[in-house]
Ligand binder design. Sequence first.
Ligand code: UDP
Ligand code: MG
Length: 172
Amino acid sequence: MERTLIVFKPDAVQRGIVGEILSRFERAGLKIVGAKMLNPDYKHYFEHYEGIGTLKTRKGDKIFEDQLASMQEGPVIAMVLEGVEAVEVVRKMVGPTEPKSAQPGTIRGDYAHVTYSAAASINRGVSNIIHASAEKDEAEQEIAHWFSDSELHDYQTVHERFTQPAPHKAKK
Ligand code: UDP
Ligand code: MG
């Protein structure tokens, strides 16, 4: 089973929409295997966004620094979700980076509307509610960066009844 990292950004926490959004993932059958609220420092975000995510390399210093400052505006809630091809499924539910371009039905399309240029003009990172790992390799690195092994939990969900080997044979 695959695991992915999501982080409810300060805008989601401060708007009080974490529960509403989390319910979308639970409804889809994704299993919460880790969860915590924290206030990461610059070093932690540097590793997350550049060491792993290459944001500074891809987008330059201004966007990078604006984004790190925006993430430090308040606490965030980090979670590890597990499910069949969870990385791709969760990214599909989250939608593309720029809320203006994100389709209705995606989290970023339903809960935000801002553009890259509007955010840059006010020296903010794009407030797009939630972070989600983009690829399997990124997910593995991000989970190790945000969670220790002892913070990840093992239990059975009802949904797993439908994603585990069937115990029965067809009745004839
Ligand atoms: N970001 C931004 N301006 C940009 C690109 C990214 O403010 O031009 C912010 C935005 O909050 C985004 C985060 O930096 O979610 C990480 O960027 P990435 O390209 O990895 O997008 P994501 O994987 O979050 O969709
Ligand atoms: Mg990314």
